[in-house]
Ligand binder design. Structure first.
Ligand code: SF4
Length: 355
């Protein structure tokens, strides 16, 4: 996108003027979105809850919410930024997310805003490995997507329940409709088309918590999000220009867990591990593929009373744990915790007693 711009330094940040007459200038989108968030604050939603995952959509949304809050500071009582650490984040994305949150904690321009950063985790019994290797759930797929709520939604909701005030709390997420025609599918599956897993599920569940819900970039295109993060947000002082070259290694990839079997291919990890700095992550791709293959093999599944395929057989789960521990050593990353391993073994014992 071409924009005409001139720069001047204002209050220590760089101000850029763009050609607003251009109909698709992302700055028009930005100002519209800020205006919408501001309106909600003016209507009494004084508690913002922002679901951040370190991806481009939630990073843009977080910046928009904060910039809107700066404009109506006196209306804002509290801003909670939630990061659900699933334990399966792609390491480079995880690193960016934590660094961005640390940056926010120290960002002078927003020091007068009541921003609280909260990093939450799934219950160990509900973690991905506990469910897959411990309970023997088949790897998640479109028709049995057991992971998103357990890994991304429930940990935030648990904390949120203690904080919400129905007439004041506004959950702000980065879901986008994207280009697809089917609105419901767009929301549920937005993560498989360049969006971020979890953001659409928040939208679906919004009525459950009985709070306000807002998706300020719902109609933004991929390009508008990238242009905003690469060009304008850095002028406001946010280190978002790193995302495209250093974290996503380009555009057009979805964003989710490295073990995600809901998508056929993990293009994000493929792209990232093609960078020399992250090439040691390639074995993760092979492990993910191996787990996908296992799930398609009926011989690796128990047979339920109704004759349908059930959980993964215990011997398969044992094998997977062994391979995961080997993988962990090979890539030099903590992929599973000791607590999870204990829980997995407990689930195996329960399974044995049932047999
Ligand atoms: S990215 Fe995939 S594995 Fe992770 S929570 Fe979303 S659907 Fe599940």
């Amino acid at each position: 996108m071409k924009t005409s711009l001139s720069k001047e330094s204002v209050y220590g940040i760089t101000k850029i003027s763009f050609d607003f007459k251009k109909p698709h200038c992302f700055l028009n989108r930005y100002y519209e979105s800020v205006e919408v968030v501001k309106n909600f604050a003016e209507r009494g939603y004084s508690h913002f809850v922002i679901t951040f995952s370190g991806g481009k959509d939630s990073t843009a949304t977080l910046i928009i919410a904060i910039e809107a809050a700066l404009l109506v500071r006196d209306k804002i009582e509290r801003i909670d930024v939630f990061y659900a650490d699933t334990g399966l984040e792609i390491p480079v994305i995880h690193k960016f997310a934590l660094e961005f949150l640390e940056f926010l904690r120290n960002f002078q321009r927003i020091k007068n805003l009541p921003v609280e950063v909260k990093i939450v985790h799934p219950e160990p019994e509900e973690s991905f490995w506990a469910c897959l290797i411990g309970k023997g759930y088949p790897p998640p797929h479109q028709r049995f997507r057991w992971c998103t709520k357990r890994l991304k939604i429930a940990p935030v909701e648990r904390e949120l329940k203690m904080l919400i005030n129905p007439s004041k709390t506004l959950v702000i997420t980065g879901v986008r409709f994207n280009e697809s025609q089917n609105r419901n599918n767009r929301l549920i599956n937005s993560c498989s088309r360049g969006g971020e897993c979890g953001q659409g599920v928040w939208f679906q569940n919004s009525s459950r918590l009985n709070v306000g819900y807002l998706a300020p970039i719902v109609d933004w295109s991929d390009c508008e999000v990238w242009d905003f993060l690469n060009i304008y947000a850095p002028c406001l002082g946010y280190p978002s220009e790193k995302l495209e070259p250093e974290v996503y290694n380009g555009r057009g990839t979805r964003f989710g867990c490295w073990m995600c079997t809901v998508v056929r291919q993990d293009k994000a990890l493929q792209k990232i591990s093609s960078l020399p700095l992250w090439s040691h992550l390639r074995p993760l791709l092979l492990f993910r593929e191996r787990v996908r293959e296992i799930s398609y093999n009926p011989g690796s599944r128990e047979i339920r009373k109704d004759g349908k395929l059930g959980r993964l057989k215990v011997n398969i789960r044992r094998e997977l744990l062994k391979e995961l521990l080997e993988l962990q050593k090979r890539v030099g990353l903590d992929l599973i915790t000791e607590v999870e391993i204990k829980i997995i073994k407990k689930f195996w014992d329960v399974n044995k007693k049932r047999e």
